[in-house]
Design a protein around this ligand. Sequence first.
Ligand SMILES: NC(=O)c1ccc[n+]([C@@H]2O[C@H](COP(=O)([O-])OP(=O)(O)OC[C@H]3O[C@@H](n4cnc5c(N)ncnc54)[C@H](OP(=O)(O)O)[C@@H]3O)[C@@H](O)[C@H]2O)c1
Length: 275
Amino acid sequence: MNRPMEQKTVWVTGGSSGLGYHTANALRDAGWTVIAGARSFQEPGDQDGIHRLPLNVREEESCAAFRKRAMEISPRIDALVQCAGVLVLGSCEETTIAEYRKVMDTNFLGMVRMNQEALPLMRKAGGGKIVLFSSINGLMGIPFQNAYTASKHAIEGYAEGLQMETRPFGIQICLIEPGDHRSGSQHTRGHAERMGPESPYAAAYASATAKIHHDETHGSDPEVLGRKVARMLDRKNIPFRKRIASPDQHLAVYLHKFLPARMNERILRGYYLHG
Ligand SMILES: NC(=O)c1ccc[n+]([C@@H]2O[C@H](COP(=O)([O-])OP(=O)(O)OC[C@H]3O[C@@H](n4cnc5c(N)ncnc54)[C@H](OP(=O)(O)O)[C@@H]3O)[C@@H](O)[C@H]2O)c1
């Protein structure tokens, strides 16, 4: 869909790869001015119709510099889409505090920092839309993905209060809850340093990480997700939660909500640890 709406501007964090990359492309195709940020965009520049700016969401100065440069490109911000995220696989016991800190600092506090850059601008402009990439792991835990799961649960709770506070200023919040997508991130993800063959969890860890890898490799198409997010942002009113997942992952979230905890645990242990 190409229509004259060049004046609308969106910032996309984590726009260098995976879901953020595809979402940025879909928004550009839909006519938005897209300003994408990532650490690997080392210098400001334009590519394929997208403005690329360096951004490290773990550093306040970097977030402020992104805002300043983005405002020079376009003085308005109509939407902020936050995709930047990292994942470290590991047992609860052996994932180090530094590894937990990195994941929380990127996935959760990174979003908080960028929201704090965007919110004053949106308030002054009388409104805006903020899309936060959560996950179905923001709704349910799975073994050995614990730091990530904790960060996505933090986002889910934070976003509820954020929406209540900002609705009077015309700001709409949406949590995107993707299931597994073939984003390519499975090739770059970190394993906790202590997860060696001597770990007491080694066998269970091998089984779970093989399942996680399989599910992502056979996951949904990230391009389709990007188009869904772009279509959604085009609407006057956006939903507070949007799950983009395969039918079996929708079912898993549904069961998690309604089944007793012990039954859920048996199902998920069976799936991840006895594959
Ligand atoms: N793929 C899935 O199946 C899936 C499922 C559910 C939720 N999600 C969520 O969707 C989002 C994107 O995931 P993905 O799978 O597309 O991952 P990805 O391909 O690894 O992309 C992650 C993006 O985050 C950026 N990033 C990481 N640390 C950053 C930092 N400190 N500052 C700025 N940017 C940073 C990366 O760019 P640089 O390295 O260049 O900085 C990259 O652009 C994440 O929030 C993830 O949790 C993904």
